[in-house]
Design a protein. Structure first.
Length: 316
């Protein structure tokens, strides 16, 4: 890391704090302003914020490794359920959440149920989300953050995680959902521009796409290369029963009003109106399923050309 690199990193964190301070006054006006951004988020911010929330530090290694191991269809393990539930979430739930007028996803439990059952269910939901789902998710994401950036910055992973957590907590707690959503959009823009620059450089270093294909064909055989680059099932390990199971999983996610978590629902509640909620989720589906993934598909293919099968140790 040179001085210019540290300046760029410092400016990034400074910008996050400035955005948090900018939205702090707005967030302090009311509970609705804090939790649902005054119900004034446009569809494009909803989409960018949602896709940035899904795009954690584990996305790059996960998609790259799945592609390296199983080709383009190696990502079917997550892509098929997502391609089912995300559009259905827009159709089934986006307008409903905006119409409810709630400020948290847990409030649905009090609307759906009544009396002691509602309070008990809401308490169980809060404990599970706060100390179960979120703890596991944040541990997974933070672990990848420390492992990926620690060696680059020359920091111990735990020091990097703690520093990032303090800065992130400062601007998110101060600015509410408005600050979170707009910094999400900014962060996803950096992510996308960085990948647009990175992939051609790495691809050129690997000898170009034609050389990548020829190398994969040489190491895996003509039949292996054909299935490796296939984009439509079936493929080895991805038969009809497996595809059906993934579709059922997607329907299960779609049946949950929060898609299994509260991130998506929170942005529906913050939309300007039902139209912005629905279009935002549909645009989010395009960004999540295609735009954010394509760069790592290329990186997975390049890795498959550079490292023959069996030369990379299996994780875990």
């Amino acid at each position: 890391m040179r001085s210019l690199d540290w300046i760029v990193v410092g400016l990034y964190f400074l910008f996050m704090l400035v955005v948090g301070l900018y939205f702090m006054r707005r967030a302090s006006r009311s509970m609705a302003d804090y939790f649902v951004s005054g119900r004034d988020l446009p569809w494009w911010i909803i989409a960018l914020s949602a896709v940035a929330t899904y795009t954690d530090a584990g996305l790059a290694p996960a998609v790259t490794m799945l592609t390296y191991q199983g080709g383009l269809l190696g990502n079917a393990v997550w892509w098929i359920p997502y391609v089912v539930w995300m559009p259905l979430g827009a159709v089934l739930w986006s307008k409903y959440w905006r119409r409810l007028g709630t400020v948290t996803s847990a409030e649905l439990l009090n609307i759906r149920y009544s009396g002691r059952v509602a309070h008990l269910y809401r308490g169980i939901y809060a404990v599970f989300m706060s100390f179960g789902f979120i703890v596991v998710l944040m541990g997974y994401v933070s672990g990848w953050l420390g492992a990926a950036l620690g060696p680059i910055l020359g920091w111990e992973p735990i020091s990097l995680i703690l520093f990032s957590a303090i800065v992130t907590a400062a601007y998110t707690v101060a600015s509410g959902l408005s600050g979170v959503a707009y910094t999400d959009a900014y962060q996803f823009g950096i992510f996308l521009i960085g990948n647009i620059i990175l992939v051609p450089i790495v691809l050129a270093g690997a000898g170009g796409m034609e050389h990548v294909y020829q190398t994969i064909e040489a190491t895996r055989g003509a039949g292996g290369a054909e299935s490796f680059f296939r984009v439509i099932p079936p493929a080895p390990g991805l038969g009809g029963l497996t595809i059906f199971a993934f579709i059922v999983q997607g329907l299960f996610f779609a049946a949950s009003p929060t898609g299994g978590e509260g991130f998506t629902a929170q942005r529906f509640m913050a939309a300007r109106n039902e139209f912005h909620a629905q279009v935002g989720q549909l645009f989010n589906a395009i960004l999540t399923l295609i735009v954010r993934v394509v760069p790592f598909l290329f990186l997975g293919l390049i890795a498959a050309a550079l490292y023959a099968p069996g030369t990379i140790a299996e994780p875990g």
